[in-house]
Ligand binder design. Structure first.
Ligand code: ADP
Ligand code: MG
Length: 313
């Protein structure tokens, strides 16, 4: 693994009035440690940069990109092409829902995304689809009526894809409920002739074991639990290159990478949470870069405004 520490730093001359210890905003070109599309962000005010960091930036790591490329591929096939589908699996916090949301955001035309969390019957699943579409859904509405309403809405709104998150929950009912819900999902995507994109826990392939046809059309993809290897070093470099900090960070070394894996158990959610907190603290303190010590200190959130120098711990 390449564990070279990137020591390149930029120290623009002018300090902003609110934080004398922080380097002032230089020109975007001076932030060579950032990827070009993110350099402008580093020129913004502290408040704006903190907002950008808190909002989160989606990192297109290799496993994410492989899954997204396939999703785009099946979505780009002519309307009505049958049998299109995929199943994206990963541990909680791996980025499955983020993937679904990004797909829905980036895709032209509506994508319906629901969570099957706690849903064991098709009646509930249809209810959630209708809710997602702001369609009519009376409690008394029976399953066949719901099904009809869903199919009509899919057609009328020219829905491009059906995304079902937490798909493993469909297997938590009785065997009969499970069989019926799989049949209905298959019927729905066959009738609407749109791609079916399932997101779920690592064991989700088991959810489809009872329906070989459905299982076959769902190409499997996995989002990893991160470990200390080249891919993780690349992920962290990627993150460093997008965060609007004004100096080059120094996390691409074995000690810092190992620390991140240890505290997160490899979960991207935990990794991003710690890095986000460290990045906000780095702006508030004027340090303007991520370091191993900064990551350790970021176990604690920054102090509330007006209660100190903005950082504690
Ligand atoms: N591709 C990504 N790039 C950056 N951060 C991500 C990415 N995917 C997930 N995350 C972070 O992990 C958190 C959990 O992701 P989420 O999609 O909810 O996981 P899951 O649905 O697999 O439980 C997100 O809120 C975000 O902070
Ligand atoms: Mg999720």
């Amino acid at each position: 693994m390449d564990t070279t520490i990137d020591t390149a730093q930029n120290l623009p001359a002018n300090a902003p009035p609110e934080l004398p210890t922080s380097p002032g905003p230089g020109s975007p070109e001076s932030y060579v440690h950032l990827a070009p599309p993110y350099r402008m962000d580093a020129t913004r005010s502290n408040e704006e940069r903190i907002e950008i960091i808190k909002k989160g930036i989606v990192i297109e790591h290799a496993a994410y990109t492989a899954a997204m490329d396939y999703a785009y591929w099946i979505l780009s096939q002519p309307d009505g092409t049958p049998g299109r589908g995929m199943l994206l699996m990963g541990e909680p916090g791996a980025g499955k829902s983020t993937f679904g949301e990004e797909l829905a955001r980036a895709c032209k035309g509506p994508i319906v995304m629901i969570s099957a969390e706690g849903a064991r019957s098709m009646r509930e699943v249809y209810g959630r689809v209708l809710q997602a579409l702001d369609g009519p859904v009376a409690k008394s509405m029976h399953t066949p009526d719901r099904e009809l309403a869903v199919i009509r809405l899919f057609r009328a709104l020219q829905v491009r894809a059906f995304v079902v998150d937490e798909i493993q929950d469909l297997a938590k009912g009785t065997q009969r409920e499970h069989e019926r819900v799989l049949l209905s999902i298959k019927y729905l995507s066959n009738t609407a002739r749109i791609p079916l994109i399932c997101l779920g826990a690592p064991e989700s392939e088991q959810t489809f074991r009872m329906d070989k046809h459905l299982a076959k059309r769902l190409r499997p993809f996995k989002l990893p639990l991160w470990k200390l290897d080249q891919s993780f070093a690349d992920l962290v470099s990627n993150i460093e290159a997008t965060l609007p900090l004004r100096k080059a960070s120094a996390l691409r070394n074995e000690e810092a990478l190992r620390y991140l894996i240890d505290i997160s158990g490899g979960s991207l959610r935990e990794i991003m949470a710690r890095i986000t907190c460290a990045a906000v603290r780095a702006i508030l303190s004027g340090e303007e870069c991520l370091t191993l010590q900064g990551l350790k200190d970021a176990e604690f959130p920054p102090a509330r405004p007006g209660t100190g120098d903005g950082v504690n711990g």
